[in-house]
Design a protein around this ligand. Sequence first.
Ligand SMILES: O=C(O)CCC(=O)C(=O)O
Ligand SMILES: [Fe+2]
Length: 304
Amino acid sequence: MIGAKIKHRLGDFGRRSGLSEIVHRLDQAWYKTPNPFLEPVKLDDEGSALLASLRERGVAAVRGRFGAVAAHLREAYVAPLERYHAEGPREIPFIHRVHIEPTRPTWVERPYVAQISFCDPALRELFFDPMLTGVIANYFRRQPYHRNYPLIVKTHHRGIAPANPQGTFHIDGGLGQISYMLLLNDLDEDQTHMQFAVGSHHHHVPYRNIYNRWANSEEAIEQTYTLLPLVGEAGTLFLFDAAHGFHRAVYRKDTVRIILHMNFSTGAFVPPDRFDPIAAFAFLDEGPRHLRPLMSKIAARSKP
Ligand SMILES: O=C(O)CCC(=O)C(=O)O
Ligand SMILES: [Fe+2]
């Protein structure tokens, strides 16, 4: 966070002088060094298998468990968002902010993106699962935190936007995040979906290329790694190391994908939104130790 602010201040001068890279390295050292005092979370067989997959492949799938959660998200969030998009703004419970795309999109084609609350009791299992957050804690070997408010994202590629940076292999550099992608509609490879280059999170990306999405050779990545398509039934949850593993969106014209997207980090770069009050998460104090700080970076500490 501090590193990001300093880098921002340094701007071009920093980049030219190499200072920015030094700040980046200090930032990474701070947020990525394992905490020797943190006991690993005890995992059951499912958790151990997910952790092994995340470590070896950089990606893991949880199938058949969040079907009911996805159905709730479609009914209570996606359905009213469709009306919001078609008929105009309205209040929707547990939705903080909606971004409607301009008629001529200049980047990716997303009819809407909504930032949602962590307060819906029906979504606690998704946001605060002790086993999944334990997998992430053990992967980081540091305390994980929710990094930003979950997003519901509808992608509807119509071939209007001229360039899609997310459609090129990239890493979400500098953010140190493990991302969740929960599918809210059934997807196969003929529809817009994400591909993850399996094992590419072990590959070191030089600093000069971290923020340059066009620097990586698509062909080299395609030839070096097995590409995992993030497809499946609605309710399939993918965890992936977005900070280190190459991934890209594969856009299929005239198809629709709706997902819930969420990120965990060790505290690096937390965006400024503070929608939900910290008091709403007192229940986390009753849970295992690694759950308790989960909301501490992004919840509001006092009334506005
Ligand atoms: O839309 C996609 O499939 C790409 C998503 C992506 O780049 C990310 O989640 O970091
Ligand atoms: Fe990404």
